[in-house]
Design a protein around this ligand. Structure first.
Ligand code: PRP
Length: 206
C-alpha cells in the first residue's frame, strides 16, 4: 500500500485525476461524502485529504509515504523530505506587494505582513533590510490597506485579489508549483512502488 496525502481543494482534485489516469484510481474518493481516507486494495493506494499546509507534516513524519504540496510550503517549513517531481500545476508566485503609491525608501524598519514568516525573513535578510514581521493567517491583503503593514509577502496567482484591493506586486520572490514529495524512510523501503508511481505520473504530465 502507498499512503498518499493530497491537499484538500482544487489542486488536490486535479492531482488525483492525474494519479487516476496514471493507474492509481480509487473510486470511493469520487463519492460525494465527508470521508477523509480512501483505499483501493487493487491499485494499492490509500489517499488522505489533508489541509494543504499540513501535507508536508504527514509526509515528513511518515504518516503518508508521499504527498503533494506547493513549493511555498517547502520553502517556508523546509521539511526533511525528498522532492520527487515538479507537477507543473498549481502555478503561482511568492511576491512582495503593497499599495501602488508605496515606495520603500529604506529609512525605517519595514513592516511586513505574511503567512510565510520564514520566507519573508530569509528574503529581507539576504537584502540586508531590517523588517518587523507581522504573522497573519489569511486575508493578508487587508494589512497594508489598514496601515497594519507597509508590504505583504504572499502568494499571487491571477493577481485579482491584489487588483481588487488596489495593491500591486513590487517584487517577485520565487515561482511556485505543486511538488510530489516523499518520506525518506518510505522511499527506502518502497523504492520500487514510489518510483513506478513517479514515472507513471510523469507520463501524465507530458
Ligand atoms: C491566496 C493568497 C491570495 C490569493 C491570490 O489566498 O493568499 O490572497 O490566494 O490569488 P489571486 O492572485 O488569484 O487573486 P487564499 O485563497 O489561499 O486565502 P487566504 O486569504 O486564506 O490566504
Amino acid at each position: 500500500m502507498i499512503n498518499i496525502a493530497l491537499p484538500k481543494g482544487r489542486l488536490g482534485e486535479k492531482v488525483y485525476q492525474k494519479l487516476k489516469n496514471a493507474g492509481y484510481a480509487c473510486p470511493s474518493i469520487e463519492e460525494n461524502n465527508r470521508k477523509l481516507i480512501f483505499e483501493n486494495e487493487e491499485t494499492g493506494v490509500r489517499y488522505f485529504w489533508v489541509k494543504p499546509s499540513d501535507v508536508s507534516i504527514y509526509v515528513e513524519r511518515g504518516a503518508a509515504d508521499i504527498g503533494v504540496c506547493g513549493k511555498d510550503i517547502l520553502a517556508e517549513y523546509m521539511p526533511d523530505v525528498y522532492e520527487l517531481l515538479d507537477l507543473k500545476t498549481g502555478v503561482c508566485r511568492m511576491a512582495v506587494a503593497a499599495k501602488k503609491e508605496f515606495y520603500d525608501n529604506g529609512e525605517r524598519t519595514l513592516k511586513v505582513a505574511t503567512k510565510f514568516v520564514n520566507v519573508a525573513k530569509a528574503y529581507y535578510a539576504k537584502k540586508g533590510r531590517q523588517i518587523d514581521v507581522i504573522k497573519l493567517n489569511g486575508s493578508i491583503e487587508i494589512a497594508p490597506i489598514l496601515g497594519l503593514s507597509d508590504v505583504i509577502v504572499d502568494i499571487v496567482e491571477t493577481g485579482t485579489t491584489l487588483k481588487e484591493n488596489d495593491l500591486e506586486v513590487k517584487e517577485t520572490i520565487f515561482p511556485i508549483s505543486a511538488r510530489l514529495i516523499a518520506n525518506k524512510a518510505s522511499f527506502k523501503f518502497k523504492t520500487k512502488e514510489i518510483e513506478t508511481l513517479t514515472d507513471r505520473l510523469l507520463q501524465q504530465l507530458d
